[in-house]
Design a binder for this molecule. Structure first.
Ligand SMILES: Nc1nc2c(c(=O)[nH]1)N[C@H]1C(S)=C(S)[C@@H](COP(=O)(O)OP(=O)(O)OC[C@H]3O[C@@H](n4cnc5c(=O)[nH]c(N)nc54)[C@H](O)[C@@H]3O)O[C@H]1N2
Ligand SMILES: Nc1nc2c(c(=O)[nH]1)N[C@H]1C(S)=C(S)[C@@H](COP(=O)(O)OP(=O)(O)OC[C@H]3O[C@@H](n4cnc5c(=O)[nH]c(N)nc54)[C@H](O)[C@@H]3O)O[C@H]1N2
Ligand code: SF4
Ligand SMILES: [Mo]
Length: 879
């Protein structure tokens, strides 16, 4: 069928909390094309590299297509009955707190609402927690302490209207690229200044007026200095102060802190304070460098204190702005997905709130206390107190701190259910029961983005195999557990209306989250619901909170919270001299179950790595492209060293994305101890202490193959290419017979082989072909293999001769690692253009090579390449 006539359908991107609108056009054959929705208020048509490549990720190869129980395919009826029976029996025998759900900020609001209702209202336990505990919990706690509610005060328009944007622990250019582009557009239009506060020099520093590379974990001391200066310089807003409590205590605490703790010079701190204080329209954007810390909640309040003191909140172009990570991190907070919250921003420990929700749900019993937070939940699993666990839409065996221990705990749990779209993940491997969910573009529902805008995700593809939407799976289990009437949902719209009705009750109890204006949407209106920012309650609003000085503590006032600097709980000690910082890369999403399917996205950074400062590398005897062992008492990893001064000496950085499915030992959370913030329970994911050593490899290898490689090398890391897979390899012991080994890894026992071997130098090049077409090739050397990797990957399925040479053939040049994912433009192509003098600006690179002209996500890297090249030239000239 020709899909070109199928209409475009509006939906929302599957990935980050920017919540960009997309227009999807199914091709009628299971695929779809994606473009930005010009009318969506989050992105006005823009998309980043990940959003642009969504169409490459909807294939069914890796999908879980049928329910499975104890290793066998089963029908839905059996699977659902088994889950319902085991949960019911466990509750009957051991009580409601013997079961738990661990869910996700990527669930749609409707799915999330049903999960929360089932656990808190009907099973009667609060043991439902979510990966948002690892993500937004410190912000939630900080907001509640200051505002009496978990509300993001501002809107995206504030980024357009600000004169200063401060990015604190946020790599906006890579993690919220479309918001970053809005900031850059504001810079063009009104000269908006940018300050980056991050121990690491990131892509977001590209256009920054000031980069403060503070010591890891020292943000409280910096913002305390700012608060002190705000007071000293007479910039406290007396009128606004009457709407708050606790300024004197906060100031007193702030004065006790020593700004030198930050490791910044006085000049740097003064420059930051001057700029902040003098610029009324200032938005302080913060993210995981703030939240994922053992003092994360205090960091949040240190920032909020400064905005409260100056009254710079809830007005155009100013305010603190926590940007959410996952597509529905905000929606999860609305439905009360965390173990210590109730639906619609109500509080589980408030008897009035509990009663209201119980009556509304007609629930048999409600928990009176908060349930187990993620880290404690998996500890309870380990201790045998949780006897049935349902994990939905998240991969904790890879992403929880102390991941090896979490994996062991799950293995020991008597009954584990995993709902996922992917057949094999680190967590799915451990499940007794696997339930196939419909994924993005196959399911309907809503998500709420960072600025409280509710957008529809819409189904445009048929559910594959037997997959069902998560809300249906949850409702069916609820019914089979005997909670029939409460879970007789027929549609997403019905769930949405129920949630909206409940929000009216919350509003009546004095809560901010009010979407009661949407409680009577018809099915058709729900189907066509345009992006809508809450509160939606009939009364007009400019979409911002707190500008009027009305807060949600009982007295209607905000609170300053006195905070003082605390060092990261895992500061360096003897034997573990490095602070391990972890985070994201531009083109991958979490454990890569979706983004890792796109060859374009996988071409940007194809291997797990550890960034380490040149002086540290030298001390450890590291050469470029060496492998390193990273270890501590919690666990270990093996990663490729990237020697770079973007990290400070004594600090190292590794990405979070490589799970057990894609690499031998790169699950970075295996190295992160489960130390948490005492208030929010959020883990300190960015300051583990580790040792780093060079891996003494006997051999290094590189392989390309049509089918996935099954290898047992000491080190391997694999990623997709347009034609198959590429794999980096290394081993610590010598291999006797490379041909035999390669045939086993590639599962090509019969294929023809041609080879080029220099055993004395340890060089082996083997290519395997069937019917004259290369199916796999392996390159082995004593040192890290230098090859034109992308070129070799492109030779799969071609005739074997040229593969072995490993060199570009005439007329074909190796483009190097992909920088522009949209047009597949490689680093070498760009560098050649720069060095030849053909281009001298990012715009000219775009004009000549197209790079950076579509989504723009690579523009910071293009600018950096440009800068470095200019610097290199200047150095040569001055020599
Ligand atoms: N490409 C991509 N985008 C994503 C995601 C993805 O997987 N890939 N995931 C989404 C999700 S769920 C989230 S939560 C967001 C996260 O978005 P971000 O928070 O922007 O991303 P991270 O890379 O985790 O961390 C941000 C920065 O915190 C810095 N940092 C570390 N320690 C400190 C510190 O003590 N102080 C300060 N000030 N900074 C510090 C790190 O060096 C890092 O650059 O991204 C979302 N967007
Ligand atoms: N060290 C360290 N650890 C971290 C972080 C860090 O910065 N550093 N960041 C933390 C943060 S902020 C986050 S948000 C987490 C993210 O960590 P996770 O949520 O564990 O990672 P994902 O890979 O997003 O897992 C989502 C899973 O849902 C599945 N899935 C996709 N669509 C659907 C669907 O429609 N239904 C169902 N049922 N399943 C689906 C995917 O196949 C995948 O297995 O990691 C946290 N861990
Ligand atoms: S910024 Fe990129 S990943 Fe985030 S919602 Fe927009 S297109 Fe998707
Ligand atoms: Mo996140």
């Amino acid at each position: 069928m020709d899909g070109s006539n199928l209409p475009e359908v509006r939906s929302t991107c599957a990935y980050c909390g920017v919540g960009c609108g997309v227009l999807l056009r199914p091709d009628g054959a299971g695929g779809l094309t994606v473009r930005g929705d010009p009318d969506h208020p989050a992105n006005f048509g823009r998309l980043c590299s990940k959003g642009t490549a969504l169409g490459e990720t909807v294939g069914l190869e890796h999908r879980l297509l049928t329910p499975r129980a104890f290793g066998r395919d089963v029908g839905w009826d059996d699977a659902l009955q088994l889950v319902a029976d085991r949960f019911r029996e466990t509750v009957a025998t051991h009580g409601p707190d013997s079961v738990a759900f661990y869910v996700s900020g990527q669930l749609l609001t409707e799915d999330y609402y049903v999960a929360n209702k089932l656990m808190k209202g009907f099973i009667g336990s609060a043991n439902i927690d979510t990966n948002s505990r690892l993500c937004m919990a410190s912000t939630v706690a900080g907001h509640k302490r200051a505002f009496g509610t978990d509300t993001v005060p501002g809107t995206y328009e504030d980024l357009d209207q600000a004169d200063l944007v401060v990015l604190v622990g946020s790599n906006l250019a890579w993690c919220h690229p479309v918001l970053y582009q809005r900031v850059l557009a504001a810079r063009q239009a009104r000269g908006t200044r940018i300050v980056v506060i991050d121990p690491r020099r990131t892509a977001s520093c590209d256009q920054a007026d000031l980069h403060l590379a503070l010591n890891p974990g020292s943000d409280v001391a910096l913002f305390n200095r700012l608060l002190t200066r705000i007071h000293q310089d007479g910039h406290v807003q007396p009128d606004f102060l009457t709407r708050t409590e606790g300024f004197a205590d906060a100031l007193h605490a702030a004065r006790r802190d020593d700004p030198a703790t930050t490791g910044l010079t006085e000049a740097e701190i003064d420059a930051f304070c001057d700029l902040w204080i003098k610029t009324r329209r200032v938005v302080t954007v913060f993210s995981q460098g703030v939240n994922q810390s053992s003092c994360g909640t205090d960091k949040v309040n240190a920032i909020l204190n400064c905005h409260l003191a100056t009254g710079r909140i809830g007005h155009p172009g100013m305010g603190p702005f926590s940007v959410t990570g996952q597509p529905n991190a905000m929606g999860g907070r609305e439905v009360g997905g965390l173990a210590n919250t109730l639906a619609c921003h109500l509080d589980i420990e408030d008897p009035d709130h509990r009663t209201a929700v119980q009556q509304f749900w007609q629930a048999p019993k409600m928990p009176e206390r908060a349930g187990l937070k993620a880290v404690d939940m998996f500890r309870a699993v380990e201790a045998g107190r949780i006897k049935a666990l349902w994990i939905i839409h998240t991969n904790p065996a890879a992403t929880m701190p102390d991941a090896d221990r979490v994996r062991r705990a799950i293995t020991r749990c008597p009954f584990v259910v995993v709902s996922d779209i992917t057949r094999q993940t680190d967590t799915a491997r451990l499940a007794h029961v696997l339930l196939p969910a419909t994924g993005w573009a196959e399911k309907d529902g809503t998500v709420t983005n960072s600025d409280r805008t509710i957008s529809r995700q819409r189904a445009v593809l048929p559910p594959p195999g037997q997959a069902r939407p998560d809300w249906q799976i949850l409702s069916e289990v609820g019914r089979r557990m005997g909670f029939g009437p409460a879970f007789r949902y027929r549609s997403e719209a019905q769930i949405f209306r129920e949630h909206a009705r409940l929000s009216a009750l919350a509003a009546a109890l004095g809560k901010d989250f009010d979407i009661s204006g949407l409680a009577t949407l018809s099915d058709d209106e729900y189907a066509t619901l345009p992006p809508t920012r809450w509160p939606v309650n009939g009364s007009a609003s400019d979409g911002r909170f707190f500008g009027d000085g009305r807060f949600f503590h009982a007295d209607g006032k905000a609170r300053f919270v006195p905070v003082t600097h605390r060092r990261p709980a895992a500061s360096p000690t003897r034997g573990y001299p490095f602070v391990l910082n972890t985070g994201r890369i531009r083109d991958q999403w979490h454990t890569m179950t979706r983004s890792g399917l796109s060859p374009r996205l996988s071409g940007h950074l194809a291997e797990p790595f550890l960034e380490i400062h040149p002086t540290d590398a030298e001390r450890l005897g590291l050469r470029p492209a060496d492998l390193v062992k990273v270890s501590n008492p919690t666990g270990r990893a093996v990663l490729r060293a990237r020697i770079t001064d973007t990290v400070g000496s004594g600090q190292v950085f590794a990405p979070i994305h490589w799970a057990g499915e894609c690499a031998s030992a790169a699950r970075i959370d295996a190295l992160v101890p489960a130390i948490t913030d005492p208030i929010s329970g959020q883990p300190e994911s960015k300051a583990a202490k580790v040792d780093v050593q060079r891996l003494q490899a006997d051999w290094y290898g590189f392989a390309v193959s049509i089918d996935p490689i099954q290898c047992d090398a000491d080190y391997w890391a694999t990623s997709v290419t347009a034609k198959g897979f590429r794999t980096e390899l290394a081993g610590c012991a010598s291999v006797g017979d490379w041909e035999l080994t390669a045939r086993r890894w590639f599962n090509l026992p019969e294929a023809e082989m041609i080879s080029s071997v220099d055993a004395a130098r340890g060089t082996f090049r083997l290519a395997f072909s069937i019917s004259g077409q290369v199916k796999a090739a392996l390159f082995i050397a004593r040192t890290p293999v230098a090859l034109m990797r992308d070129h070799i990957a492109s030779l799969l399925d071609e005739e074997p001769g040229q593969v072995l040479s490993g060199l570009a053939t005439r007329g074909k040049r190796d483009a190097g690692p992909i920088i522009c994912a949209c047009f597949g433009v490689g680093m070498k192509t760009i560098l050649d253009a720069i060095q030849s003098g053909a281009v001298s600006s990012v715009e000219e690179i775009g004009a000549a090579l197209q790079a950076g002209t579509n989504c723009g996500s690579c523009r910071p890297e293009l600018a950096d390449m440009m800068k470095r090249s200019v610097r290199a030239t200047a150095e040569v000239v001055s020599d």
